[in-house]
Design a protein around this ligand. Sequence first.
Ligand SMILES: NC(=O)C1=CN([C@@H]2O[C@H](COP(=O)(O)OP(=O)(O)OC[C@H]3O[C@@H](n4cnc5c(N)ncnc54)[C@H](O)[C@@H]3O)[C@@H](O)[C@H]2O)C=CC1
Ligand SMILES: O=C(O)CCC(=O)C(=O)O
Ligand SMILES: [Mg+2]
Length: 336
Amino acid sequence: MKNIVLIPGDGIGSEITNSVTTILEEAGAEVNWIEKSAGLKAYEETGNPLPDDTVEAIEEHRIALKGPLTTPVGSGFRSVNVALRQKFNLYSNIRPARTLPSIDTPFRNVDMVLFRENTQGLYIGKEKWINEGEDKRHSEAIAVVTEEASKKIIRAAFDYAVKNERKKVTLVHKANILKLTTGLFLEIGQKIAKEYPDIEFQDLIVDNMAMQMVLRPQQFDVVVTTNLFGDILSDLASGLVGGLGVTGAANIGDDAAMFEAVHGSAPDIVGKNVANPMALLFSSLMMLEHIDQKQIAENIRKAIYKTLVEKKVYCTPDIGGEGTTSTFTQAVCDNI
Ligand SMILES: NC(=O)C1=CN([C@@H]2O[C@H](COP(=O)(O)OP(=O)(O)OC[C@H]3O[C@@H](n4cnc5c(N)ncnc54)[C@H](O)[C@@H]3O)[C@@H](O)[C@H]2O)C=CC1
Ligand SMILES: O=C(O)CCC(=O)C(=O)O
Ligand SMILES: [Mg+2]
């Protein structure tokens, strides 16, 4: 049995984590859940959005499966997602987007894996007021890019490409404008690419990348980019293959890992039994692969694909079904 810290999280979090733990149990996954709290609900209950015993549990067990955590817009506490990624130096946020059977989208044969630098960039939210006077307010934000963190994520992307027989790595930047920060990221990418002569290397400026992704997404294989660009492009990539209800993700560091979906707490659909658990389920399959329970992951993947064939009956409305979170969960269990 592998101990895994389970953080159900906010919004649709408990609905989708219940679904995922039910399916993993049905499939015979050898996991022992250690449930902990974090996010808005934890803040409302304890005054702390990241309680000490949650951090201690991850420190001890090193692997977590996490539902989405709400971060208030504007004032309020800072993102617990970002805090956890930084705290455990989970520098690779790996977000695959693959065309799925039976899900109708304008795009076929999409199969890209986006590597998002997960600890730096503009995303760290380092902001300050320069002037707070009425009608004169002036705020500034700092983007951090270091050689060390850039090397780690770019190498992770190339190593993944080699290990998974991928052919190309595309590095996305804005080095024409942000010459020092994303310029450094690009320069390191160009250097590291020379160590991998069998992998084709390409760099693209982020605005062009966004356009290319909706024009011809099939051209992308492995993609590596800085934190904020990766955040935006991974939602875009999800949209190409059926939406946020179907894309999983892994946050991986050298000695800890946290698995979550690309999506957030989906406040517009909470409590309606229509949240699609497939995204977190795919994240949990990445987790099972990470802890060497590959056969169980494969069995669940086959059961998901089988369920998708009867999508209309069993799946949730976001992908064109007339089912619910519960009917999907039951159908996947029946198909295992
Ligand atoms: N890793 C995390 O924990 C993340 C947390 N967030 C947080 O989530 C909160 C809400 O953010 P939003 O911008 O509304 O993004 P969101 O990802 O929660 O929702 C965007 C849209 O996608 C739909 N959607 C998302 N997941 C779905 C699912 N599993 N099944 C069906 N439909 C789904 C929602 O109903 C909504 O219409 C914010 O506080 C944000 O900070 C956002 C993204 C990631
Ligand atoms: O931390 C948050 O609330 C947002 C996170 C997010 O959008 C993401 O990880 O993709
Ligand atoms: Mg995001």
